[in-house]
Design a protein around this ligand. Sequence first.
Ligand code: ADP
Length: 481
Amino acid sequence: MRVLFLAAEATPFVKVGGLADVAGELPAALRARGMDVRLVLPLHRAIDRRSLSLHHVADVIVHGRVDEVPGTAFVAGADDGPVYLIDGDLIRSAADVYGEPEADAAKFAFFCLAALETCESIQWKPDVVHAQDWHAAPAVVWLARMGKRSDFWRGVGSVLTVHNLPFMGAGGAAGLSTFGIDPTEDARLPIWARPLPLPLGLAHADWITTVSPSYALEIQTPPFGCGLDPLLRERSDHLVGILNGLDPGVWDPAADPSLPVHFSRRDLSLRAQVKQYLQSELDLPGEPCVPVLGMVTRLDTQKGVDLALAALEAVLDLPWQLVLLGKGDTALTAASAAFAAAHPERCRFLEGYAPQLASRIYAGADMLLVPSRYEPCGLTQMIALRYGCVPVVRATGGLRDTVVDCAGAAGTGFLIEEATAESLASALRRALEVYADQRRWRGLQRRGMAQDFSWSRSAERYEQVYAAAAREARERAGVTA
Ligand code: ADP
């Protein structure tokens, strides 16, 4: 099985959010199953070219509506397989990984088409093109529309993975059109969605996947479907949810280089030293018995930071400290800063993106709050579980699929049904009560740390989807394997 894996970001090259973790880790798990998986990324400015040993692979021409746009593909010799990086004016001139919608759409459409051109140029024909999110959806659309006229691409299957449905590439119609990707007439889509990259991809992909079984069901309903639920319901026989994994080698409290002290399930008592270090690093009172609540998050309405702050205001009578690390929305940044300023004796807000501090929060905080309004999969709660930090989460999407409420014997955390400050406040009261019983708490921590979130199970599911997509595409095109 040969898979062309297209993504806007991937660790260790460039990371903005959880997509980078997935695109950095899943290809390796697929290769471990014997597949030939080639990851392709834009050579963003944020990628430090000098630190990579890049080798020239191909010069390509992408046919725009008006112009022929040149690009270059390089290969970086990753340990377990080649990673291609696409260079070109549209990519080089963009300051950030993500910017303005129209420029982004043109940049990512160019990236997709240049990636396909590169395969042809080196005569490496995949069985399946696996596109991540709206940025890579143009590749799927091109394959469905133009690929059938190409001897090289005919019979190649496509899979589109939705990591976050509301991010559809809004405002990107003109950018796509620059590269000849026009709106669809597909009546299953609302008119406003017909020129946008993600809806176009969802209409054209052989298979659609999303990143948890619960989210796959939720996006087929109006509250989570963002207007695309009629199409997604209609395509439900080609839509599956596959939970993201975590690389256990990367996320390991017994080896994480960001931690002052290492620990495992068997020597959990050492964890208290990380908590003490975190409190002292952030100049919080070093009280071992006061639970530290952590949040590591994009500051976005999705993540419910506003709910967390309101819930904490409602439980000021209880002992807790809050460490909030986040970056994003201006209003939420201001609200977080104001909350920290109002409660200097128990709250720290660290504005920014700080992976090492994030690790110390997972390893030192007693609980991680994830009161998301929706959550396709969520990685932070899985990392928290690995690090013995008990998650308090909204029962939605991947959060529902990865955290078991402590009401049952198999509990690993706390679930709230409603995305409201009141439900979160009552879950916090419940959690703080359990915390007071340290024997019970240790049980929760140990069960959480024992969960298997490794990629191998997910990789097996992806392999099945690839096989179906490749087989169906070949049958449709009347080509033999
Ligand atoms: P998202 O919706 O942002 O992709 P996920 O929970 O799936 O949310 O993944 C978030 C990833 O980004 C995790 O690896 C988390 O540790 C990391 N992260 C998020 N915000 C920050 C931050 N401010 N500093 C450091 N790491 C962060």
